[in-house]
Write a protein that binds this ligand. Sequence first.
Ligand SMILES: Cc1ncc(COP(=O)(O)O)c(C=O)c1O
Length: 373
Amino acid sequence: MSRTAIAILSTENLLHNLKVIKKQAPHSKVIAMVKANAYGHGLRSVSSRLEKHVDMLGVASIDEALILRKIGIQIPIILAEGAFEPNELLVASTEGFHVVFHEKVQLQWLANLSCPLPIQAWLKVDSGMGRLGFDMDEAPAYFDQLSKSRQIAQPIRIMSHFACADEPDNPLNQQQIDAFNQFIQSIASKAPSEYSLCNSAGIFQYPACHYHFIRPGIALYGASPLLSQSAAELNLKPVMTLQTSLISMKMMAKGSPVGYGARFVCPQDLPVGIIAFGYGDGYPRTTRDGAPVLVNNARCKLIGRVSMDMIAVDLSACPDAKVGDPVILWGNDLPIEEIAQFTANVSYDLLTGVQNRVKFHWTRYINHTTNGL
Ligand SMILES: Cc1ncc(COP(=O)(O)O)c(C=O)c1O
C-alpha cells in the first residue's frame, strides 16, 4: 500500500457553502476568491466547479488569471493586487481581466501605454486597514484620473478591505464602514459606480455593506471567518478533509520519550500510534501536545514534536486501533479551527500550507487530482 496522506475535497460542500453565502447576500454579485491556489484547495479544480455559480473569480497575480483562461474559464477575473508591471495592463486589456488600481505608479503605467481594449478598473481605497489602497483624501483625484482615461471602461468600481471583520466588537470596523460610505457618496455625485467591501467575515457581520459585489474567501472553503462563531454555527461545511492512516503502534513504558527533542515523555504506560503525516505534508511543526486527531473516529491527542513525515498520538481513547486504521487531521468531524488553536496558525495558513505530495481527491464532478497550479 502506498503512503496514504490524502486531501479529500468535497464539491458538494463547496457548492453548499456558496449557497449559504448567497443566502446572506442575495442581492450582491459574488467574486469568489481563488487566490493562493484557491486557499490550498487547487486553483483549477475549485474555479471550474464555481464558474457557473459565481459572477467573478478573484486572484492575486496575472499568472493565476492566465492559468484560468488556459483551462477555458470565461467569466471575469479580478486581479486583486492589480498590475505588478506595465505589461500586465496590456495582458489584462486583451484578456478582459478586471484590474485593481491601488498605487499611483499603476496610473502612470496606464498613461504611457496604448491598451488594445478598455480595461475594467477598480479603485481600491484604504478605509482604515493600512495596507493597499489610496488614502481617502487623495482617492477622488485618482478616481477622476481613471474616469478621464480612454483606456478605462465605465463604470469604475470602488473597493476596500476590512482589517478586523472577524472581531465584531472591534471599533475599526464601523470606522472603515463610515469612511467607505462617505467616499462612495462623494463618488456617486460624480459618476455611476459599483462597490465592494465585504470579505467572508463582513458578509456575515454587515448586511448593510454587501453593496454590489461580495468577496468571499475562507467561508467558501468551509472554515469560520468569525472568532465568535464556529463554521457549523454558520452552516458552513469543510471542503477539505485531510486523511491518512496509522502506520505503527507500540506500548510505551512510563518515562519513555516520544519523538524529536524528547518533548513528550509518557506520564504512564501509554499506547502510542504513529501516523503518516508531518510538516512536510503541511501539518504545522508548531502544533502543541493535545491537538485532537481522529483515529477511527475516536478523538486522540497529538504527543511530541511533529516530524517531517510523521506525528505521534496517544491511543488511549482508541483501544481497538490497529495499523492501517484511518486517521483524520482536519475536516469532517474535526474543525480546522480546533487544530489552529494548538498552533501559531489560523485556518487560512493551515489550508494554504498543504503540500504537493499530499494527493488530492475531489468527490463528484470534474476530477483534477493535482493540487498544484
Ligand atoms: C481583497 C480581498 N478580498 C477578499 C478576500 C477574502 O477574504 P476572506 O478569506 O477572509 O473571506 C481577501 C483575502 O485575503 C482579499 O485580500
